[in-house]
Design a protein around this ligand. Sequence first.
Ligand code: NDP
Length: 246
Amino acid sequence: MNRIEGKVALVTGGSRGIGAAVAVRLAREGADVVLTYLHDKENAAAVVGRVEAEGRRGLALRADSADVDAVTGAVEETVAAFGGLDVLVNNAGVFAVGPVEDLRPEEFDRTMAVNVRAPYVAARAAARHLRDGGRIISIGSNMAERVVFPGFSLYSMSKTALVGLTKGLARELGPRGITVNLVHPGPTDTDANPADGPNADVVRGLTPVGRYAAPDDIAATVGWLAGPESWFTTGAALSVDGGFSV
Ligand code: NDP
């Protein structure tokens, strides 16, 4: 028996990177998985194929996390397609960095819409449907814990907001056995932060284990949080960052 056999999960931003690894991991653990994407329809379909290869149902929805109706709609479509919701993973994120005097108000608005409002709106919609024992897991960032480079004020602020959201929801939904947690990944080899990128060696030098994570390394923690063994962990922010934040 898999650990989350028969559960239904929704992963935002599941077409690539950490979100794709999470989608496949949850399927391997036994869940049917809906994933959202913005541009990459082909990759989203490929991830659905990997979910189905695990013997689970998969579905990809184009839903811009910056759009409140699209986020709410993704939750509703998940429930309609697969008959309920047990696990929400707020993963989609934008990464607007640069000198504070150069970042435009539109970049502020989009970052806050995708990184902060979308997790709130998705949780709000999910709270109506999550079955007892459900899970809300958000993907934060090591940059919420330790800002080692200039230019990260906006991104760091957006990820730090998830700490309050996670604690507030944990308090609110705990009586239903629903846990709410935050995972702060460290440097993880994805399109957004490739391990062979221009700053990668500096980043490795700041990371005690001296390596980037693979998306699967982050997905392993999300998979544990999604399962029954983590039931007493809620309102927590877990750094999965190779020690970057120490
Ligand atoms: P990637 O750029 O590799 O993938 C981003 C995913 O999110 C894609 O599936 C993309 O869809 C989707 N996405 C982006 N914007 C939207 C949107 N507006 N609506 C819906 N989907 C969207 O990113 P990562 O996997 O690296 O990052 C995932 C999360 O992890 C983010 O929240 C990020 O901040 C966080 N993180 C990453 C770290 C790293 O080192 N990689 C470190 C710390 C935190 P599409 O394919 O259609 O574009």
